[in-house]
Design a protein around this ligand. Structure first.
Ligand code: NAP
Length: 257
């Protein structure tokens, strides 16, 4: 038995959108902490798979399009069939659509809300149905980590469905914690600040916005996906067994300004 409370050896973690960006950073951090990793992705996840397996843990890929709740039950079933259980779910997959609020379309509203909020809830539900049975038999705790945003706390601009979805992620994180804490599951969220990924490519390419963003970040730099990994390991570990419904900002100090 490890004396390190952050040790994830023997745990089975599932990370959505793990082919790139923050999801890849989290998958790698969980693997470094000893967890086997299920990579859920709709695009080629071979880079993440190589990085994870180089850490000496097992990986399994599940191809799924998370724009509807259709694959949610199957994803959990396939994980349990492959590894015998699911301990850790990281709801990372997410999209953003940018347009003035006056011109924002229903399509851009629905697309973002479906991936970022609806699927996050129903995949959590499918995982929690498994975890509640497993944890009560084995005395272990399940862990759900949602990826929120600065727009869980702030309004943002030109991203109405993204703001609505990520504010919703904050509320749902607390609701799920309230209902499932006593059933052996910890539900928390990470709110990344400005991280250099595909999601923020448009902002990084806009000279004015890029400068404005960097001026406001006390760290004075964009975050890297690896910066999110430590928080994910903490919230997935025994060290966080009494942390519930918390939204942990990993933002280089953005919210402190
Ligand atoms: P990213 O590089 O664009 O990654 C998003 C991931 O979600 C990709 O793996 C993407 O798959 C996946 N995804 C999107 N729609 C999907 C679908 N329908 N089915 C399956 N997978 C889907 O952006 P990121 O920055 O790493 O974003 C990861 C999470 O962090 C998101 O929830 C995002 O909102 C959140 N976040 C990011 C920042 C930031 O500054 N970057 C800040 C706060 C929160 P594909 O590669 O196939 O598109």
């Amino acid at each position: 038995m490890s004396r390190n409370p952050f040790d994830l050896e023997g745990r089975i973690a599932l990370v959505t959108g793990a082919n790139t960006g923050i999801g890849q950073g989290i998958a790698l951090a969980l693997a470094k902490a000893g967890s086997d990793v299920v990579i859920v992705a709709r695009s080629d996840p071979s880079e993440t798979r190589s990085l994870v397996e180089a850490e000496g843990v097992r990986s399994h890929v599940i191809k799924a399009d998370l724009s509807s709740i259709e694959p949610c039950a199957r994803i959990v079933e396939e994980t349990v069939e492959t590894f015998g259980k699911l301990d850790i779910l990281v709801n990372n997959a997410g999209i953003i659509r940018r347009e003035d609020a006056l011109d924002f379309s229903e399509e851009d509203w629905d697309a973002v809300m479906d991936v970022n909020l609806k699927v996050l809830f129903f995949l959590s539900q499918a995982a929690a149905r498994h975890m509640t049975g497993w944890t009560s038999q084995n005395g272990e705790r399940g862990k759900i980590v949602n990826i929120a945003s600065m727009l869980t706390f702030q309004g943002g601009i030109r991203v109405p469905s993204y703001t609505a979805s990520k504010s919703g992620v904050g509320g749902l994180t607390k609701l799920m914690a309230n209902e499932w804490a006593a059933k052996g599951i910890n539900v928390n969220a990470i709110a990344p600040g400005y991280i250099a990924t595909n999601n923020t490519a448009a902002l990084q390419a806009d000279e004015t916005r890029n400068r404005q963003i960097l001026e406001r970040i006390p760290e004075g730099r964009w975050g890297d996906p690896a910066d999110i990994g430590g928080a994910a390991v903490f919230l997935s570990s025994k060290a966080a067994n009494y942390v519930q419904g918390h939204i942990l900002a990993v933002d280089g100090g953005w919210l402190a300004r």
